[in-house]
Design a protein around this ligand. Structure first.
Ligand SMILES: Nc1ncnc2c1ncn2[C@@H]1O[C@H](COP(=O)(O)OP(=O)(O)OP(=O)(O)O)[C@@H](O)[C@H]1O
Ligand SMILES: [Mg+2]
Length: 138
């Protein structure tokens, strides 16, 4: 069943995130540390964009990082929505942007948000997505 369908069946964004992370961790063998999940729901198009971005960020962790652990925090507060996906793997040098990062950036742009991807060679990679509250609420 697609995540979108499951969400329509009344699952919260937090539940959708948790289930996706748990499935992904079982499949890849990479430990997920969940630091925070949103305490309330976001509008469906925001939730969809966040899940799609998370999926690509995790796919990059699996394919490129060689990390054994990834930490994930998604919060919805006064300032809006923030998601951080951080691994302690290979990282990278310079600027990179393939199709995946471009797609994540597009997902965020469509909901009025921004994306940053920062890598430090040998230290890890952090993907941060932010959607200001004014946009997140609309
Ligand atoms: N978590 C990560 N750890 C290490 N390197 C990463 C990570 N995320 C991205 N990168 C680097 O950034 C590059 C671009 O990522 P991007 O997702 O845009 O493309 P891709 O994964 O190579 O291909 P695809 O278009 O299938 O996503 C990767 O090829 C990789 O070198
Ligand atoms: Mg990719």
């Amino acid at each position: 069943m697609s995540e979108e369908l499951r969400m329509r069946e009344g699952r919260s964004l937090a539940q959708a995130l948790e289930e996706h992370l748990s499935d992904w961790s079982s499949r890849t063998g990479i430990t997920v540390e969940i630091w925070a999940l949103p305490a309330h729901d976001a509008p469906p198009r925001i939730a969809r964009a966040v899940l799609a971005t998370l999926r690509e960020a995790l796919s990059n962790v699996e394919r490129h990082s060689q990390s054994q652990v990834v930490s994930v925090a998604v919060t919805l507060g006064k300032g809006g929505l923030r998601m951080t996906v951080s691994d302690n793997g290979a990282g990278f040098t310079g600027s990179v942007a393939g199709r995946g990062i471009t797609a994540m950036r597009t997902h965020l742009k469509e909901i009025g948000g921004t994306l940053s991807v920062s890598g430090v060679a040998g230290e890890g990679t952090t993907v941060t997505a932010a959607v200001p509250r004014s946009r997140e609420a609309s």
